[in-house]
Design a binder for this molecule. Structure first.
Ligand SMILES: [Zn+2]
Length: 274
């Protein structure tokens, strides 16, 4: 799933690779997918996008966005966006294919679910998009200890750290994926109740959000995700489906996986006691 680090990686790659290219054609919903979402009628995407030249990109929470003047193409969650070189075979199944006039292209395919929204700037009014644009990102200075403290103080303290950090779009783009290493680095179990956190725990958690996300971005995204060129990210996840069979890198205990709040949590039972 695209989360905060991957959003920034993709936006940067779009900036470097696609700016200046003109869209020759757009095909949306070519291979219908039950959980692929569009803005308006996908049959109108060609009309909306053909002839537009890519001018930039943006990263909002977990939503990378392509800019073509005032036209936007935003995508999220399980969309795999892939740059296609001139002459490269196009994927057979795609939910959005942009062909550029120089022969290159961009395909988007949806994994479990995801949206590919093409719209005119200002015309899209959905809550997920609005909060992703408006709430301070942990990658900015506006997301400071005071902001984090207010966020923490504004919720029920019976809540677990996972529920606090990775649900309700409190921190847009901070999902179940980046959660795992953030909590491992803070030595907090995902089910720990907020009311049990000491001042030191809270401070450590805040610092871990900042430093773990920074490492993920510096590495070019997590190794469980792919970039615009189909390459896995260079950040090696400590806790993910990829590492479950290995011992904890800190204490050597066996790592655990459990289903919790819509997604698997991974943890070291010794380093992260409940
Ligand atoms: Zn451990």
């Amino acid at each position: 799933m695209i989360e905060l680090p991957e959003t920034h990686v993709l936006a940067e790659q779009i900036q470097q690779t696609l700016v200046g290219k003109t869209i020759q054609s757009a095909v949306a919903n070519h291979h219908p997918h039950g959980f692929a979402w569009y803005f308006g009628d996908p049959a109108e995407y060609n009309e909306k996008l053909a002839g537009r030249t890519i001018t930039g990109s943006a990263a909002y929470g977990g939503q990378p966005e392509i800019w073509a003047g005032e036209t936007r193409v935003s995508f999220n969650d399980g969309v795999r966006a892939r740059y296609l070189a001139a002459g490269e075979k196009r994927p057979e199944k795609h939910q959005l294919l942009l062909e550029f006039t120089d022969g290159t292209g961009l395909s988007c395919s949806v994994q479990m679910y995801g949206g590919m929204f093409a719209f005119e700037n200002g015309s899209r009014d959905d809550w997920y998009y609005t909060v992703a644009k408006e709430k301070p990102s942990p990658y900015t200075a506006a997301f400071d200890e005071a902001y984090f403290g207010a966020l923490l103080g504004g919720v029920k303290q019976k809540m677990s750290v996972k529920a606090f950090l990775a649900t309700e779009q409190r921190i847009p783009g901070f999902g179940n994926g980046v959660l795992q290493d953030t909590l491992f680095n803070a030595r907090l179990h995902p089910k720990r109740k907020l009311e049990t956190l000491t001042g030191t725990d809270t401070e450590t958690l805040f610092r871990s959000i900042k430093s773990t996300l920074a490492e993920m971005l510096d590495g070019g995204g997590r190794d469980t995700e792919r970039d615009l060129f189909g390459k896995a990210g260079g950040y090696r996840t400590v806790l993910s489906g990829k590492t479950l069979m290995y011992p904890c890198p800190v204490c050597g205990s066996g790592l655990k996986r459990e289903a919790y709040l819509g997604g698997n949590i991974y943890f070291c039972p010794a380093c992260q006691p409940v």
